[in-house]
Ligand binder design. Structure first.
Ligand SMILES: C[S@@+](CC[C@H](N)C(=O)[O-])C[C@H]1O[C@@H](n2cnc3c(N)ncnc32)[C@H](O)[C@@H]1O
Length: 244
């Protein structure tokens, strides 16, 4: 995160809040084909995001941009959440994910929502964890959408977002997008950020784990001290980590 200067606003690539995501790539025949490809190619990223989230039995988890639903199934294989709400605006993805969930133990407890991250009802809140894989770059506009998601996270909860670098680069240079996302997460109250990156089957990716900062005693400065150069968990076990 570059300090001292507000990053320039990014173009809105995701459509108006509450509107369909505007990404025809995820609907109809194209959507079904994309779902089949993503189910294989992005599986390791879904697993790596869950490593970062470390979901526990009894937690309530929000899954953003579930696509073909592989991440939901992996989540249910790892633990028994008290509840899972999963949101994606694509009806094609919802159909594929629903089919996959039918074969998954615990799948009946998942609430699949067809909608945009910004259009969730006010009661869809207080989550212990939220996970977004390869969809954060599609939320639009980035600032309000990220803040809307952050507001769904409970006081001790965390948000994990992991995205292909090449997908981020379609919106903005990765570093610039990261700065914008950091600002948006902080505005949404998730000021304790840990950024990192890794190499995945389908290319390099950038991740962030975002939490609410612990209350800071007066006079001790901000709670997000910088420590650059640590190793973070990724699919390949490596990657730079940057705490803010
Ligand atoms: C590239 S796919 C990733 C799917 C899956 N997580 C994966 O990595 O394979 C992006 C998904 O995000 C969904 N998406 C796009 N805009 C969204 C939004 N505003 N809110 C929620 N999901 C969105 C798309 O419909 C699509 O299913």
């Amino acid at each position: 995160m570059t300090r001292g200067k507000a990053p320039p606003p990014l173009p809105d690539r995701g459509g108006a809040p509450g509107a369909p995501a505007g990404n025809g790539a995820f609907e109809g025949l194209r959507g079904r084909l994309a779902a089949a490809v993503m189910a294989r190619a992005n599986r390791d990223m879904e697993a790596a995001a869950l490593d970062l989230l470390a979901p526990q039995d009894g937690e309530r988890i929000l899954v953003l941009g579930y696509g073909p639903g592989v991440g939901i199934n992996l989540l249910l294989e790892r633990c028994r959440p008290a509840g899972v709400v999963a949101v994606d605006p694509s009806t094609a993805m919802a159909a594929v994910a629903r089919r996959r969930l039918r074969r998954q133990a615990g799948g009946a407890a998942v609430s699949l929502v067809v909608g945009d991250v910004t259009a969730l009802g006010p009661d869809v809140a207080g989550f212990d964890g939220a996970v977004a894989v390869n969809c954060h770059q599609l939320w639009g506009p980035l600032g309000p959408a990220t803040a809307a998601v952050a507001a769904r996270i409970g006081p001790a909860g965390r948000l994990v977002s992991l995205t292909h670098d090449w997908a981020i680069a379609r919106v903005a240079p990765v570093e610039e997008w990261r700065d914008q996302a950091s600002v948006a997460l902080r505005r949404g109250g998730l000021g304790a950020l840990s950024w990192g990156g890794g190499q995945y089957r389908s290319g390099p990716g950038t991740w962030v784990v975002a939490r609410r900062p612990a209350p800071c005693p007066p006079g001790e400065g901000t709670p997000w001290a910088t420590a650059v150069g640590e190793r973070g968990p990724t699919a390949t076990g490596g990657g730079l980590r940057h705490e803010e």
